[in-house]
Write a protein that binds this ligand. Sequence first.
Ligand SMILES: Cc1cc2nc3c(=O)[nH]c(=O)nc-3n(C[C@H](O)[C@H](O)[C@H](O)COP(=O)(O)OP(=O)(O)OC[C@H]3O[C@@H](n4cnc5c(N)ncnc54)[C@H](O)[C@@H]3O)c2cc1C
Length: 501
Amino acid sequence: MIPMNMVTPPPELAAITALQSKLVEALRPILPEYALLWEPEDTIPYECDGLAAYRRMPLAVALPETEAQVSQILKVCFAMQIPVVPRGAGTGLSGGAMPISQGLVLSLAKLKKIIKIDPFTRTAVVQPGVRNLAISEAVAHLGLYYAPDPSSQIACSIGGNVNENSGGVHCLKYGLTLHNVLRVRGILMNGEIVEFGSHAPDSPGLDLLAVVIGSEGMLAVVTEVTVKLVAKPKLARVIMASFDNIEKGGDAVAAIIAAGIIPAGLEMMDKATTRAVEEFVHAGYDLEAEVILLCESDGTPEEVEEEIERMTRVLENAGASGIRISQDESERLKFWSGRKNAFPAAGRLAADYYCMDGTIPRRHIATLLRRIQAMEKKYGLACLNVFHAGDGNMHPLILFNGADQEEWHRAEDFGTEILEACVELDGTITGEHGVGIEKINTMCVQFGEGERESFWGVKSAFDPERLMNPNKAIPTLSRCAEYGRMRISGGKLPHPELERF
Ligand SMILES: Cc1cc2nc3c(=O)[nH]c(=O)nc-3n(C[C@H](O)[C@H](O)[C@H](O)COP(=O)(O)OP(=O)(O)OC[C@H]3O[C@@H](n4cnc5c(N)ncnc54)[C@H](O)[C@@H]3O)c2cc1C
């Protein structure tokens, strides 16, 4: 009999609690007590990733320490048909590691061993929870480093990098995660171990490595990664060029690449960003410039001297109003410090900021920046622009106050309009942050039904029951129909044959 003062929980809540107890009981024999969390005060740190606007509590969180435990956990969840959300360091910006309310969060953070460093083949074998920067730190004494350098590299894990195909400042010259990983080992939802790629530059049979890299935790849980290491350049210098107009700055980016130069880094900041960061980094940015370009050259001293000279000429011809070249390492770091601190600087200007991530062909940079200026007026929200100009990968930071729901929705709409503009300009809705839940609707704008069906085909080949990180990255037909209903364009309703809901 229920005591008079106790409230009976609603049936859905009772069902979730019962499922949670069953799951915890089933996982207990696999994990030590401290590695299994289910009380809300323990699981709340896992309710979101770096996209904190979207949150949900999971049924439970498992923190395995070995690959064997990962496999056993997956087998249990597969048998119970419980969805699993893999998670690295949780720095993702598209909600890829956001929990599912009736699912398990599988954190790989405790798998953090560097298994092998081989200076002869210039490779390292690491577990997925190893931080990006930790790889470079571990091989620095050999004069080597791991090239892809997301701005979050101090915290983000290599497992997350593999699943997001992460990039960074140096990826223009040295390639993305995809180009710097040789082999990935993982576990399918049914607990089976799989390997993609090999320790050699090529592998026999159908090479599925590129399918797994960037798969956003939807195909397999990554448990081991073989990365390439590259030699640290002898010297690096950076040019800081100012432009009094956005178009000239945008054209300069295209001109550098057109001249056959691939800088080690080619990044742009607009006036709002330089003003926001200068206040605390004191890098000596030209505060009157509409945009500033940072162009880095690295290599031997002779190579750097020659490339800096060529880039200077191109920038002058493109109409730079000012050019400064770093004279020593501390000045080079100073020039970069504003770029590296742009996100925290946005945090000083507003309670919250929403970091978008879309890519456009380099020649359209100025067009998109002008459109964003018009959107600032339309939505009544300010936006800082700081981005990987060489890749055409834009990161508008929309400033808003998250305590005000209406303002957040305006920020969301602002972001969606930027992504739609990227597609219109022959670009893509994502650059390096993945689709996750954030861009799942705009996937409907970018891809047609046939393309989405083929994505589902790949997903089903790995995970036929759709239990691994479901409802992320690939939209269903009904979701796209509903999104189309909300955003009718040119009076035409997409998928008119479908029942509306
Ligand atoms: C301040 C800041 C700056 C950033 N700068 C950059 C940048 O310059 N470039 C860039 O590309 N990104 C950047 N990011 C985004 C983010 O850091 C990257 O996407 C990073 O790769 C995420 O790694 P993570 O370990 O935090 O993964 P998480 O956020 O934990 O997960 C990301 C995705 O990978 C999946 N996943 C994680 N680990 C595994 C695994 N072992 N097996 C299977 N699936 C897994 C998750 O399910 C999720 O879908 C930035 C983020 C922040 C907060």
